[in-house]
Design a protein around this ligand. Structure first.
Ligand SMILES: Cc1cc2nc3c(=O)[nH]c(=O)nc-3n(C[C@H](O)[C@H](O)[C@H](O)COP(=O)(O)OP(=O)(O)OC[C@H]3O[C@@H](n4cnc5c(N)ncnc54)[C@H](O)[C@@H]3O)c2cc1C
Length: 407
């Protein structure tokens, strides 16, 4: 049995956990950091399975944490990517109203973007067509975000892992059976090794609620996983949007709607998605693999309640987004943005991710901002939803400041 002493232990080697380790070193707090990861490598969950869009900070309510850190975080991650010569597609993004009644929402987004510090501009139909000739706007207007770009999340997370290892951070893989003794700040690993820590930071993504509950923190929160499946435009298809094309989202729910995204490859693949369908398990990426029946029953009951009470306009989500896994429905949604695209032009993509969306049992609402809770010698990041990848370095600073680990 080995005994390890560390200043900080981080649970979860996703982008948030690795960024926190990075910032602890950047800010000269400590290099004596251990990261516990349940998988045998990094990037096997959200951080390696997302759309790779570095968001520009348009959607978020100005007083929210997401609004406060997105613009700065995106710029910092973009600089980091450029300095390391990793894949980057500086393609920008257009948001179009897909129905006439959504035109006002464009103004809401424009003002939110402006107050969040995003570079954003209203454009007309001719300008839209000059970017994507086949695109449609229902109202003759659209929003152009020149700063939105696309990266390759898996390249970033592997590069960051390597840098941290080179700086002496210890990452212990294959650790999902660890036990905590919160009172004496010790963790016992599956091989009986003991790690004693000064402070623990829970960045366990899809499992962050369960980890927090081990510390008696956030007991009113539970996670609702939503699966994001993607399709892609076939190589031979002549429709090739050069920039991101998004619909105006329903701002009451935390999903942005099915969109077109060119990848950061030299010959970009264009994905359509992700959908947002209730997942059968936290890691149910494929078929019936890793279905969690108990969680599913509990979640379906909750979702039905949200539907009946129409909390946060949830009924609209169910009607417009919950069943987009069926390609005839997905293509109808895609056609609202590009009317000429057909089922023959697309094929399923292997890419699939699951969002760790948090539900607050006290308020009966889905949380729409990052939630960072403090426990005894521990901090828990419970709702690291989008744009947590984009903003990861800035989010790490925010978490460390809140935990009094940096001034
Ligand atoms: C389909 C989809 C599309 C998205 N698109 C974008 C986008 O375009 N731009 C953007 O900014 N964001 C996007 N996001 C959100 C973004 O991916 C997440 O906000 C971000 O990756 C969260 O990082 P994380 O480190 O918290 O989680 P994760 O990457 O899930 O990492 C958590 C880690 O914790 C480990 N872990 C879990 N439990 C334990 C345990 N008990 N012990 C040890 N380790 C454990 C897991 O194995 C995992 O490696 C998207 C997400 C999805 C699902």
């Amino acid at each position: 049995m080995e005994r390890i002493n560390c200043d900080i232990i981080i649970v979860g080697a996703g982008m948030v956990g690795l960024s926190i380790a990075n910032q602890l070193i950047e800010k000269n707090v400590t290099r004596n950091i251990v990261i516990l990861e349940k998988e045998n490598d990094v990037g096997l969950h959200s951080s390696g399975r997302n759309s790779g869009v570095l968001h520009a900070g348009i959607y978020y309510k100005p007083e929210s944490l997401r609004a406060k850190i997105c613009v700065e975080g995106a710029q910092r991650l973009k600089n980091w990517v450029v300095e390391r010569d990793l894949e980057l597609n500086n393609c920008g993004k257009i948001i179009v109203p897909q129905r006439e009644d959504l035109d006002q929402q464009l103004d809401v987004l424009f003002h939110r973007g402006k107050s969040n510090g995003a570079l954003i501009e209203l454009i007309d139909e001719n300008q839209l067509k000059s970017f994507i000739p086949q695109a449609r706007t229902a109202t003759g207007r659209a929003l152009w975000s020149p700063n939105t770009c696309v990266v390759k999340p898996i390249s970033i997370i592997h590069a960051l892992k390597q840098e941290l290892l080179d700086k002496g951070v210890v990452i212990i893989f294959n650790q999902h059976e660890w036990v905590v003794n919160n009172r004496i700040s010790e963790i016992k690993l599956s091989n009986n090794d003991i790690i004693s820590y000064g402070h623990l930071i829970n960045c366990a993504g899809l499992h962050a609620d369960k980890v927090a509950h081990k510390f008696e923190v956030g007991l009113n929160y539970m996670l609702l996983p939503f699966k994001g499946s993607y399709w892609q435009i076939k190589k031979e298809c002549t429709i090739k949007p050069k920039c991101n094309l998004y619909p105006v989202p329903d701002l009451n729910i935390p999903f942005l709607g099915v969109h077109f995204t060119p990848s950061a490859d030299s010959a970009p693949t264009i994905t359509i998605g992700p959908t947002a369908t209730p997942a059968l398990g936290r890691e149910n990426y494929k078929g019936t693999n890793l279905v969690e029946p108990l969680m599913l029953i509990k979640n379906l009951a909750l979702l039905s309640k949200l539907y009946v009470t129409n909390q946060s306009g949830f009924r609209r989500y169910v009607h417009e987004q919950a069943f987009l896994n069926f390609s005839p429905l997905l293509i109808r949604s895609a056609q609202e943005l590009i009317p000429s695209i057909t089922l023959n032009d697309i094929q399923p993509s292997k890419k699939v991710g699951i969002r760790s969306q948090l539900f607050n049992q006290n308020t009966n609402c889905l949380e729409d901002d990052f939630i960072c809770l403090e426990g005894f010698k521990s901090t828990h990041i419970l709702n690291a939803i989008s744009p947590a990848f984009t903003a990861s370095f800035a989010l790490a600073d925010l978490i460390l400041r809140q935990s009094n680990l940096i001034p």
